[in-house]
Design a binder for this molecule. Sequence first.
Ligand code: PEP
Ligand code: MN
Length: 355
Amino acid sequence: MEFKKKDRPFVIAGPCSAETREQVLETADGLKNFKVDLLRGGVWKPRTRPGSFEGVGEDGIKWLKEAGAQIGKPISVEVASTNHVEIALKSEVDVLWIGARTTVNPFMIQEIAEALAGTNIPVLVKNPVNPDVELWIGAIERLQSVGLTNLGAIHRGFSTFQKSPFRNSPNWNIPIELKRRMPDLPIICDPSHICGSRQLLAEVAQKAIDLNMDGLMLETHRDPSKAWSDADQQVTPPELDSILKGLVWRNPNSLNLGVKAKLEELRATIDGLDRDILDLLLERLSVTRSIGEYKKEHNITILQHQRWNEILNDREAHVQGKPISMRFLHKFLEAIHEESIQQQTEVMNAKTETE
Ligand code: PEP
Ligand code: MN
């Protein structure tokens, strides 16, 4: 299975859950003329609370296979145990994916990896529910270590207790870090589980494409509002098609030399600016350490809340109306403040020669 395509994203579509034979066949039929590469359907559903619909099991695989054969597309299911793997392999499912609640558990991943040893079935690994890139990479490495080579990652966002427009916070820096660490690994974005509702899907899908992700997984249902799981985030096949048609596909590298030269010039400017920022930061930290010495001499506490509030207010006023978000400004100042406090603490606790 080639997850990287030249001119458009690799697309995985199909229902959150296989519910009935008719629902799977009808949904697949709705997708048959669209640019969908792989049909999905969950048959074992890891639900947060007991008592919800937990999937139809092996029957669902039969329906998916029938649907896939009818529309000429390969199929994929989620596996979360060695038993699932056995059934999926026996049924000759084309692609497996590992869910976010499984990726968090190295024992489970190890068992699944061992059950897959000797095959070279393509496997997609969803990010763990917690924002931990090492755990995500660890799961991929466990699969690699049994000899699987056709692997990919799915970015489906991260659980958060904070109020957010997303069901799972995208934390784009994490898939970006995964890409940096494993540059050849295809990454597919799953806007459905990031968004939790239909409204933001197109925006998140576009963002994934802009970040050079290789594909999209979008939950699709013949009648989303009646879905037995994840009803708010699924779309109909025509809605999926219109999201895909609305995407602006950007080339990771333009072949046009003029464009390349202009980009290089702008990047060189950024490189210079970054160095200037770092030099200024070093200068600021040196002043911070002098303040530390002074505070030590006069026995004054490091953290003075009033001063910190003044800094925040002053810097906010400084950029008022300018194109920078307050959220970023606060994060940036907090990071500098934390390093300053750390360095002042070191200065104040350093033993002087007379001690
Ligand atoms: C799913 O794809 O339906 C699913 C259960 O996803 P996740 O593991 O991302 O929650
Ligand atoms: Mn789902």
